[in-house]
Design a protein around this ligand. Structure first.
Ligand SMILES: NC(=O)c1ccc[n+]([C@@H]2O[C@H](COP(=O)([O-])OP(=O)(O)OC[C@H]3O[C@@H](n4cnc5c(N)ncnc54)[C@H](O)[C@@H]3O)[C@@H](O)[C@H]2O)c1
Length: 259
C-alpha cells in the first residue's frame, strides 16, 4: 500500500519535493495545498493529487503524511495542526522561528506519536556523510571552521522579511549550525556579531560557538556573496589531521603522513 502524501506550500522547494515524491513508487501524492490557487493547481497538474488550500483540506483527502514547505514563520503552527489531525510530518527547515514554538512542536510530536522529520538535507549529502563516517571511525574534531553563503536574499522575495524568515540565521545558516552540532558536538554557548550590509536584515553574521568538550567553532554566513562555489565549506581540525568538505559533494581527509 502506498503512503498518501499531501504537501502544503507549492513554491520552489515544494515543487522540488513533489518531483522526488512523484518518482517514488511507495508514494501517492493525494493533494497539493497553497493559498495561491494557481500555484496549487499548476503543481497538482504536473505532479499529481488534488489542488487545495489548507492542511484541513489535505486531512479531508485522507492524507497519511504532510510535507510542510511554507515560509519559515508558518512551519510550527502548520506542523502542529497536521499532527493534531493525525498526519505524520516532514517539515522544511527551520523547525520554528522561536524557542517556544519549537518546544510546542516537540511536545506535539510526543503527544501525537506522529513521525516528524526536519528537512536537514545535508545529513544525506555525500560530502557530509563522509565527514560523519570518518568521525564515527575515530577522527576527533578538536575545533572547526564553517561557512555557508547565499548569492542573494531576493529569491524568493520573502527571504528579506524577518517576520517570515525569523531572521537570516534561519535561512541556510541553520543547515551549518546543524552540521556543527552533528559533527563536532552539541553547542553549549554562542557569541555573535552581525552587520546589516545590503538588505534590511543582518546579512553578515559571525558566530563563535563552544561545542561539547570545550571545542571552539567559528561559523560565518553572508547573504550577498554571489553564487560562486563553494557556497558552503566545513573544516574539522583533528590531531595533525584535517577533514574538509566543499559544498555537498567534495570531501577529503588529510594527515601529517598523508598530506
Ligand atoms: N533545505 C534546503 O536546502 C532549502 C532550500 C530552499 C528553501 N528551503 C525552505 O523551504 C521553505 C519554502 O521555501 P521556498 O523557497 O519554496 O518558498 P516559496 O516562496 O517559493 O514557496 C512558498 C509557497 O508557500 C505558499 N504559502 C505561503 N503562505 C501560505 C499559507 N499560509 N498556506 C498555504 N500556502 C502558503 C506560497 O504561495 C508559495 O507558493 C522555506 O522554509 C525555506 O527555508 C529549504
Amino acid at each position: 500500500m502506498r503512503v498518501k502524501v499531501g504537501l502544503i506550500g507549492a513554491g520552489g522547494m515544494g515543487r522540488r519535493h513533489l518531483g522526488a515524491l512523484a518518482r517514488d513508487p511507495r508514494v501517492e501524492i493525494a493533494g497539493v495545498a497553497d493559498t495561491d490557487e494557481a500555484a496549487a493547481r499548476a503543481a497538482a497538474d504536473e505532479f499529481g493529487g488534488r489542488p487545495c488550500r489548507t492542511v484541513a483540506d489535505l486531512a479531508d483527502l485522507g492524507v497519511d503524511a504532510a510535507y510542510v514547505t511554507l515560509p519559515n514563520a508558518y512551519h510550527a503552527a502548520i506542523a502542529l495542526e497536521a499532527m493534531d489531525r493525525g498526519m505524520h510530518v516532514f517539515s522544511e527547515k527551520p523547525m520554528a522561528t522561536s524557542l517556544d514554538a519549537a518546544r510546542r512542536v516537540a511536545a506535539g510530536v510526543r503527544d501525537s506519536g506522529c513521525v516528524y522529520q526536519m528537512g536537514f538535507n545535508r545529513r544525506f549529502a555525500p560530502a557530509y556523510r563522509y565527514l560523519k563516517q570518518e568521525v564515527a571511525a575515530g577522527f576527533v574534531p578538536l575545533s572547526a571552521n564553517a561557512k555557508i553563503t547565499d548569492g542573494d536574499m531576493l529569491t524568493p522575495s520573502w527571504y528579506i522579511n524577518p517576520a517570515l524568515t525569523g531572521g537570516f540565521l534561519y535561512d541556510c545558516a541553520v543547515h551549518m549550525i546543524d552540521m556543527v552540532a552533528w559533527l563536532v558536538g552539541p553547542v553549549r554557548s554562542v557569541a555573535a556579531l552581525g552587520r546589516q550590509s545590503c538588505y534590511p536584515d543582518h546579512d553578515d553574521i559571525a558566530l563563535l560557538l563552544r561545542c561539547e568538550g570545550e571545542r571552539p567553532v567559528a561559523l560565518t554566513t553572508c547573504g550577498h556573496a554571489s553564487w560562486a562555489r563553494p557556497t558552503e565549506r566545513v573544516e574539522l581540525y583533528g590531531d595533525h589531521a584535517l577533514l574538509a568538505s566543499e559544498d555537498m559533494e567534495r570531501a577529503r581527509h588529510t594527515t601529517r603522513e598523508e598530506p
